[in-house]
Structures are given as structure tokens and as C-alpha cells.
Design a protein around this ligand. Structure first.
Ligand code: DGL
Length: 310
């Protein structure tokens, strides 16, 4: 039976497992929805690759999710991809409800008491024109300490490859967090200190423990998962695409997680962060031209290795 528009899944994607932090919030906010999550781990990290590369991947994945999975809306759960390509995706797919992410520096201004706000993210996001505009609009209201964290998203990606991270991988995340947080100056709640830290990359939510140990218990950590989930609800409501609240799909019908990289790391991350069984995960190849345009194009996309039902 062909699904109705409301029953079609919401597409969510990131360069890897970082967007699972957004998917977790979406799942809590929208328990009646179906989701297809694409981790582009075979092409990660995006943060240090340059706009042209990230924009090409974003277009390919958008086409793939539309052609193969018939998504009704797309959440770009990646600050770097949003900065590089959201305007173009909006222009090319005017009928696709679209939600992007940007570092939550506006909410941070409202929260900060000292008026000194730290922002961490990928180099791609923090050197983008989109971020410069956002920062420029708020610079009169607070002082921002902006720190690109090269390598951190990738280290986090690798550290979730096992249900219990290997010591070397965890220590790489710890070392990078220490290096970047130390470079930003003093954190705390007294005048002159950074009292609010904005996580401008979806991967960093999964390093919260390491970051918290460095900044202390009183500094606020601000991420975008929950506001993005609320924004997605508003958009679906406004476009008449919200799923029927009487219907709660079964776990694996509800959550389909796909990676362009290796299957095991995604399964470990899905289990660790969303308590999802391995059978919700599969692999796919998303070629540079995505799923192509038009009928039958899905055949160009190879899906394999869906884990057997447990
Ligand atoms: N998680 C992504 C973001 O929010 C990017 C991580 C990366 O691939 O560098 O920007």
C-alpha cells in the first residue's frame, strides 16, 4: 500500500553519527513519525573539506533520500552542510520542507550573564559567510570566543565505533577537547569568564562528558537538538504533514539508519545513544549524482548489508 504523505518518513542526515544527537531530540518530540537517518560516514569528516565538496554531498544525499525513501521533509542535522548548502537546496527543492542547523548563539546571548560566550564548531561552519552574518548581527550584544576544532568530530566519530570506547580513542577526544577549551581562556560564572559554551557541531554533544570536565559544572552548554525538533514539528504542522498521532510505528519501521561507511560503528552508536537494535541499521552507496532525477533512479543506489532481524 502506498503511504500517505503524512506516513512518509522524515529524512535526517549528517556527515556521520553526530546527527544522532538531533535524531534523539526529534524522536522525543515526534514519537509518531518515521525517520530515515543517513550517516555519510564514508565521506566524513565534512568540517575540513571545503564548501564545494560538502555542497555536492548534500545535494547527492537530498536526491537519494527523496528518490529512494520518498521523504516528506529533510532535517540537515549538520551545521557544516547547512552553512555550505542549505540555500541551494532550498532553491533546488522548493517543495521540500527543510530544516537546517546553525550554532545556537542567539539563545546563548539570552542565557549568558557575563556576556562572554564560547562557540566551538568545525572550521567549515565557523569560517562560513552564513556564520559571519549571524555573528555580526549579535556582536553588539555579547563578546564571542570562536574556536574551530579541527579533528574533533572525526575523533568522536571513531570513539563511538565500539559500544565501550577503546582507551586510545577516548583519550584522543579528551586531548583535543583539552587543547581547544584551554585555548579559549577562562570559563566560569564571574565577570570576564566564558559562562556559556555553544556546541556548533552535532558531534560535540557526544563529548559532553569530556567538555563538562574541563569547563566545570556551572557553565552552560547549549546545543540545537531540541529547538530543531520543535521547529520540525512547527513546519510539519504548517504544511499538513504531521503523522497521525493514533499510529505509533514499531521501532525498526520507525527508525531506519543508513551509513555510507561501515555498518558496525553505526550499529554501536545507534545502540549506545538511541538504544536502537542493530537491525535498524544498513549500508548504502550514495553516488555523487545522488539517486539521479526521476523514476527508476533508485536502482542506481545500492543498499546492502541490512542486518538480519534479531
Ligand atoms: N556534525 C557536523 C556538524 O554539525 C560535521 C562534522 C564533520 O564532519 O566535520 O557540523
Amino acid at each position: 500500500m502506498t503511504p500517505t504523505s503524512q506516513q512518509r518518513p522524515i529524512g535526517v542526515f549528517d556527515s556521520g553519527i553526530g546527527g544522532l544527537s538531533v535524531l534523539r531530540a526529534l524522536q522525543a518530540e515526534l514519537p509518531h513519525e518515521r525517520f530515515v537517518y543517513l550517516a555519510d560516514s564514508g565521506h566524513a569528516p565534512y568540517g575540513e573539506r571545503g564548501d564545494a565538496y560538502v555542497a555536492a554531498r548534500t545535494h547527492a544525499i537530498t536526491r537519494y533520500l527523496q528518490a529512494v525513501h520518498g521523504i516528506k521533509a529533510l532535517v540537515v542535522a549538520c551545521n557544516t552542510a547547512t552553512a555550505a548548502a542549505i540555500h541551494e537546496v532550498r532553491t533546488q527543492c522548493p517543495d521540500l520542507p527543510l530544516v537546517g542547523l546553525e550554532p545556537a548563539i542567539k539563545p546563548a546571548v539570552a542565557l549568558s550573564q557575563t556576556g562572554r560566550i564560547g562557540v566551538i564548531g568545525t572550521r567549515g561552519t565557523l569560517t562560513s559567510g552564513k556564520f559571519a552574518l549571524l555573528l555580526g548581527s549579535l556582536q553588539s550584544q555579547a563578546e564571542f570566543v570562536v574556536q574551530p576544532c579541527d579533528g574533533l568530530a572525526y575523533a568522536i566519530e571513531r570513539s563511538t565505533e565500539h559500544a565501550v570506547p577503546e582507551a586510545a580513542e577516548s583519550s584522543e577526544v579528551r586531548e583535543l577537547c583539552t587543547r581547544y577549551i584551554t585555548a579559549m581562556g577562562a570559563f566560569g560564572t564571574t565577570a570576564g569568564h566564558i559562562d556559556t559554551l555553544v556546541l556548533g557541531c552535532t558531534h560535540y554533544v557526544f563529548a559532553e562528558e569530556e567538555l563538562r570536565a574541563l569547563i566545570g559544572p556551572a557553565v552552560r552548554l547549549v546545543d540545537t537538538g531540541e529547538p530543531v525538533a520543535r521547529q520540525t514539528r512547527r513546519l510539519l504542522q504548517a504544511t499538513g504533514l504531521l503523522a497521525d498521532p493514533c499510529e505509533i510505528p514499531a521501532a525498526c519501521d520507525r527508525m531506519q539508519l543508513i551509513t555510507t561507511g561501515s555498518l558496525l560503528p553505526l550499529q554501536a552508536a545507534a545502540q549506545r545513544w538511541l538504544q536502537l537494535p542493530a537491525r535498524c541499521c544498513s549500508t548504502a552507496t550514495v553516488p555523487a549524482d545522488g539517486a539521479g532525477a526521476g523514476a527508476g533512479a533508485g536502482a542506481m543506489v545500492h543498499e546492502a548489508n541490512r542486518a538480519p532481524a534479531q
